[in-house]
Design a binder for this molecule. Structure first.
Ligand code: AMP
Length: 453
């Protein structure tokens, strides 16, 4: 992932000479080396989700814009500034999904999941899109691992979400680098009084606020608490704390969350300023911060959203969820020096000279691959020298070589690349022989029906 921040000034339409053929700003290719991390992280996530009884859901990459406006809130940065919104050919407004919860909740309602045993536990691993300012760890297309527990309100479920993330971070070798921040922002009702107190506090201080906060002061005053602007942060530190406005129910809820976390040995930092960017949160909110850089590089976050299902037209249904940013997890793993196992290394390179040899090599390559041996064949017209140079580039431990003489004699030459030694093996024994050399435990076998997806 590169972190280009150059301006993305588009050339005039039709001026193809100046249009650089590159991915859009802030949107990156995932190259093979990073896919090793992606695959590893997805496997860990799927494993932990399955153990906990979660089922996978994939919602469409785009939804009617209304889904996000309603769920996330029109006053949020995500909806007001960051969505990729366009009209389809019949004039309906569609949006590339900027987050996962709204779509999951829309699907829960649309498919009558209320009739299933509750809570319904769903997870997803998907790309999301936000027209954000690109910088290190902040992209316009990014991948999230997310989960939603819909249909039950109990602090133990909030802690289940946090614990799942914690288990994954431990599996990925980065738990020690991450600090869990938690807060309780009460129910929507108990927040009303607090919002009033915030507006009172900020009244008269407008000139010290950034433009965004001046605008949000009346529409969404809670957001002033987690603004990253230096002056706004100073003011936020002195602002009234929600703690004094929590109802006895809010207090009980928060106390139990903390007790359950203690029970599971999860350490946390209480952060009264943590409110999260999206409107739908209630009660528990949490984020996973890099211990050294803090909120700028949260690798994940989540919280309870008891009012959202109803807000989106479903029956009153409590819920809680979280999302982890895969690119940020990968950055953490790289910084921590975590190496993931590579399954891309090629075992065998097959070199051949002449059409007759090529004819014999094609079925041989197929048999080797079926046996779980990762095989690359040089099937172009290169000289033997050029093919061997290519074999070196693949860093294969063994090479199979076949020319006209080997075809005539019914043998294949097996060359040990590190020792530089070679010997002729009868064609019928080659797969068995190579399997022995590679080792059964290293084979990449695929048995439909048995494979762990
Ligand atoms: P949010 O719901 O905005 O807190 O997002 C949850 C997680 O997704 C964050 O903690 C990040 O790890 C990741 N994330 C959010 N926005 C971006 C972005 N623009 N680029 C990369 N990762 C992101």
């Amino acid at each position: 992932m590169s972190d280009s921040t150059q301006d993305d000034v588009l050339p005039a339409e039709g001026n193809s000479k100046v249009l650089k053929m590159q991915s859009p700003m802030g949107i990156h290719d995932i190259l093979p080396k990073d896919h090793e991390y992606f695959t590893f992280i997805k496997k860990v996530a799927r494993h932990r989700f399955r153990q906990a009884g979660f089922r996978r859901i994939t919602t469409p990459i785009l939804e009617y814009t209304e889904v996000f406006k309603r769920a996330v809130g029109e006053d949020t940065d995500v909806v007001s500034k960051e969505m990729y919104t366009f009209e389809d050919r019949s004039g309906r407004s569609l949006t590339l999904k900027p987050e996962g919860t709204a779509g999951a909740v829309r699907a829960y309602i649309q498919h009558g999941m209320k009739e299933l045993p509750q809570p319904v536990e769903l997870y997803y691993i998907e790309p999301h899109f936000r027209y954000d300012r690109p910088q290190k760890g902040r992209y316009r297309m990014f991948w999230q691992i997310g989960a939603e527990i819909i249909g039950e309100s109990d602090p133990a479920l909030d802690v289940q979400c946090i614990f799942l993330v914690y288990k994954m971070l431990r599996d990925l070798g980065i738990a020690e680098r991450i600090d869990l921040q938690i807060n309780n922002i009460g129910s929507q009702k108990s927040r009303e009084k607090y919002k009033e107190a915030l507006v009172n506090y900020y009244t008269g201080k407008e000139r010290s606020l950034c433009e965004d906060c001046q605008r949000r002061m009346h529409s969404n005053p809670l957001r002033l608490l987690d603004c990253k602007n230096e002056d706004c942060r100073i003011l936020a530190q002195l602002a009234p704390k929600f703690e004094q406005y929590r109802t006895p129910e809010d207090q009980d809820f928060h106390r139990l969350v903390k007790e359950f976390l203690d029970e599971l040995g999860i350490t946390y930092t209480e952060n009264p300023q943590l409110v999260r960017g999206l409107d739908y949160y209630t009660q528990t909110v949490f984020e996973f911060w890099d211990k050294s850089t803090g909120s700028q590089n949260a690798i994940g976050g989540g919280g309870r959203y008891d009012g959202l299902v109803e807000l989106m037209g479903g029956p009153a249904t409590p819920a809680v969820g979280f999302a982890l940013g895969i690119e940020r997890v990968i950055n953490q793993m790289k910084e921590a020096g975590v190496i993931v196992p590579s399954k891309d290394e090629v075992h065998i390179f097959v070199a051949q000279l002449g059409d007759e040899a090529k004819k014999k090599c094609l079925p041989l390559i197929d048999q080797l691959r079926d046996a779980g041996i990762r095989t690359v064949g040089a099937l172009g017209k290169g000289s033997m020298k050029a093919q061997m140079r290519l074999a070196d580039k693949f860093a294969v431990p063994y090479c199979l070589i076949m020319g006209a003489t080997e075809v005539r004699e019914g043998v294949v030459i097996v060359r040990d690349m590190s020792k530089g030694q070679q010997r002729a093996v009868p064609m019928k024994d080659v797969v068995k022989e190579v399997t022995k050399l590679i080792g059964k435990e290293n084979l990449d076998t695929y048995t439909p029906g048995e494979i762990a997806f």
